[in-house]
Design a protein around this ligand. Structure first.
Ligand code: NAP
Length: 289
């Protein structure tokens, strides 16, 4: 504990799920945290938790798909703390569907957030790091879906393959500024985004997932946060351009992405909840001014 004392971390989408887990983990290690997110309520909740850990937090309203908003967020972070040492391009969305009828908007939103949003986040953070001259650590959250896909997840997978490849180029590009860049490929992690894949505790989806996962459980945000902490800390100094899968062994398991047909009722219910959540956040996502 304490390996990040004096550091400042800029974590997109830390108002929920994996991003919140990363924020709390890095705060426990001593970092102050900037939280650019479209979900201001979630971001404030994360900020409260960071403050309870004795660190400072700054909530920023930023859509990663907006060049202006993410540039302003990175500037605000440096104005407030005077530095920016760690950036995590974590914000992401998922839009599944058949190629026969996926709306162009669903495709475009995923490209805008998962691919362009990662580019804009890394660009904004790296520009500040290069200007300040203290080096830096950048971690991009890709997915196991960069390696495996399905008949409905192909568009999401395309964005995550892009992230896994971009970090290799950025590692070359930014090395002379003493900035490392790596990607993580999480398997199924229990968050609102993955509710349909992770299922509910004691539910049919969860039980099937646990059977198919060699370590016998669903992933938690803190699992991924531990790896980010490694990449951001002294032990990760020699790692750059890597894409590391953390999935409990699910990658090589049969039918890793397809839900159990016995779980159709639970699947339907969780799908309904995901659509509701999505309708609530869509206007925030559409605001790119
Ligand atoms: P999550 O719980 O939905 O959290 C994502 C956060 O990002 C939410 O606060 C969300 O706001 C915010 N966000 C969405 N679009 C944004 C935008 N355009 N600008 C700024 N913030 C935005 O999802 P998660 O599961 O933690 O996912 C985090 C990352 O891990 C994503 O990149 C995802 O693709 C990746 N991942 C997740 C899993 C998994 O199993 N959970 C597996 C592999 C990879 P709203 O709450 O308003 O949506």
């Amino acid at each position: 504990m304490g390996q990040l004392i004096g550091k400042v971390a800029f974590i997109t989408g830390a108002g929920s799920g994996i991003g919140r887990g990363i924020a709390l983990r890095l705060a426990r290690e001593g970092a102050d945290i900037c939280i650019p997110d479209i979900d201001q309520e979630g971001a404030r909740m994360t900020a409260d938790l960071v403050t309870q850990l004795g660190r400072q937090a700054l909530v920023l309203k930023a859509n990663v798909a907006s060049h202006l908003q993410i540039q302003a967020a990175a500037r605000d972070c440096v104005d407030r703390f005077g530095r920016l040492d760690i950036a995590v391009a974590n914000a992401g969305i998922g839009r599944g569907g058949s190629v026969l009828d996926m709306p162009l908007k669903d495709w475009q939103d995923q490209i805008d957030v998962n691919l362009t949003g990662v580019f804009l986040t890394v660009q904004a953070a790296a520009q500040q790091m290069a200007r300040l001259g203290n080096g830096g650590r950048i971690v991009c959250i890709s997915s196991l879906a960069a390696l495996n896909t399905s008949g409905t997840m192909w568009a999401y997978s395309a964005t995550k393959v892009g992230v896994a490849m971009m970090v290799r180029g950025w590692a070359q590009d930014l090395g002379s500024h003493r900035i490392t860049v790596n990607a993580i490929g999480p398997g199924v992690i229990e968050t609102p985004l993955a509710a349909g894949l992770a299922g509910e505790p004691q539910g049919a989806i969860r039980s099937s997932l646990e059977t198919r996962t060699p370590v016998g459980r669903v992933g938690q945000p803190d699992d991924i946060a531990g790896l980010v902490n490694f990449m951001a800390g002294p032990d990760g100094a020699f790692m750059s351009g890597s894409y590391v899968v953390m999935d409990g062994g699910l990658r090589d398991s049969r039918g890793s992405w397809e839900p159990d047909p016995k779980a159709a009722e639970e699947q339907q219910r969780l799908f309904g909840q995901a659509v509701e959540r999505r309708m609530k956040m869509q206007p925030l996502l559409d605001d790119r001014s």
